[in-house]
Design a protein around this ligand. Structure first.
Ligand SMILES: C[S@@+](CC[C@H](N)C(=O)[O-])C[C@H]1O[C@@H](n2cnc3c(N)ncnc32)[C@H](O)[C@@H]1O
Length: 187
């Protein structure tokens, strides 16, 4: 099975994974910035972790959902031939194990918790490293067209974007690729 067939499998199972645009963005980013060690929050079935491993990265990836953990394990056993990926089957909100230091942290988990993930894991980022967050456009939904729960989520994402813009130790650029990305450089 190739990454392309894993993508097709994810779509058939309705598992949200990075878009082709984000795949290409990450590939170019990893190569341009010589990224070697990646921490990912939100594994799902392992697609983006396998993608980054195929770009030459070593990836530690956190996932809390039992079904996703089983699926990711199966896919890593099958396709991670160079053993570049370590699956950490824990909730990223409460995980307290030692992780090491990373060139890139890729946040692609519960959108309502992005600021918490950022604050909790940025201490594992090397100086000059990057934090990339996916889905910041949140499907371009607007508050007038969604229920209260989604309105609260949209407010949280807005607050998070302001937090990124104003963070004294990070320089953040926003991109429209996929469903919206932020790239924050630790300065
Ligand atoms: C959008 S999917 C990840 C897709 C994956 N990065 C890819 O592109 O192949 C988000 C995943 O984050 C997981 N997740 C959400 N909150 C989490 C948390 N607090 N800790 C660990 N995993 C979490 C969900 O179970 C889900 O599988």
């Amino acid at each position: 099975m190739s990454l392309a067939s894993l993508r097709a499998y994810a779509i058939s199972k309705k598992v949200p994974i990075i878009t082709d645009e984000v795949y290409l963005f990450l590939k170019a980013f990893v190569l341009e910035h010589n990224i070697k060690d990646v921490l990912e929050i939100g594994t799902a079935i392992g697609y983006s972790a396998l993608a980054m491993a195929s770009f030459g990265c070593n990836v530690k990836t956190l996932e809390r959902d039992e079904f996703m953990i089983d699926e990711a394990r199966r896919h890593f056993d099958l396709f991670d031939n160079e053993k570049r990926i370590e699956l950490i089957p824990f909730d990223a909100l409460t995980y307290e194990g030692d992780l090491g230091m990373f060139d890139l942290i890729f946040i692609d988990a519960a959108k309502s918790q992005y600021q918490t993930f950022f604050n909790k894991y940025e201490r594992y980022l090397k100086k000059g490293g990057y934090i990339i967050c996916d889905n910041l456009h949140f499907h371009h939904l607007t508050p007038d067209k969604v229920n209260r729960h989604t309105q609260a989520l949209l407010r949280k994402i807005k607050v998070f974007k302001t937090f990124l813009k104003e963070h004294p130790h990070y320089e953040t650029t926003f991109y429209d690729d996929g469903d919206g990305l932020s790239v924050s450089k630790k300065v």
